[in-house]
Write a protein that binds this ligand. Structure first.
Ligand SMILES: [Fe+2]
Length: 175
């Protein structure tokens, strides 16, 4: 039994504010993709979908004169660090299991290495799934952050994912 659903995370004002900033459409696409590839990678589909959905929750708005300042963003961005902490706080506040909250936060922390020193990371399977799902949805010039989605459609897709995850968990319990 999951302690927190994707729907509970989706409707939370913190999520609407911060995930809304980097794009709900991208967040949902990455959650769906992470869910899809989780079974092949032998990763918990619930953790994959949650980390995929929240992976960009740490973005700051790098605007100058109403335009996204890509240069300043590149030089100063720490969205993975902020996102890991923000997602962790949100998950714990919503009642998530502490081990799950940690695993999701770490997958968010490591979904990009753009802010890290040179070197090779040994990602665990969950972290690898989230990174791959994000890359699969990226568009040139950051276009994936600007794709729009209607609130109701977004909610429907989140509910669909919740149902799929519940079905897998129910199957596992009866087998
Ligand atoms: Fe992303």
């Amino acid at each position: 039994m999951r302690k927190v659903t994707l729907e509970e995370l989706f409707v939370h004002p913190i999520t609407q504010k911060y995930v809304g900033r980097s794009g709900i459409a991208h967040a949902i696409a990455v959650a769906e993709k992470a869910f899809d590839i989780s079974s092949k990678a032998n990763v918990d589909p619930d953790l994959a979908a949650k980390a995929g959905f929240l992976h960009d929750i740490g973005h700051y708005k790098w605007y100058r004169n109403g335009e996204w300042d890509y240069q300043r963003y590149k030089e100063n961005d720490i969205h993975a660090i902020k996102g890991a902490a923000r997602a962790h706080k949100l998950l714990v506040r919503c009642g998530e299991d502490m081990q799950n909250a940690k695993a999701i936060a770490l997958a968010i922390l490591l979904h990009t290495d753009s802010y890290l020193p040179e070197g090779q990371l040994q990602l665990n399977p969950l972290q690898q799934v989230v990174l791959e799902a994000d890359e699969a949805d990226e568009e040139p010039g950051g276009g994936h952050h600007y794709r729009k989605i209607d609130y109701q459609e977004a909610l429907n897709r989140i509910r669909e994912l919740d149902t799929k995850i519940d079905n897998i968990e129910n199957l596992e319990q009866t087998s």
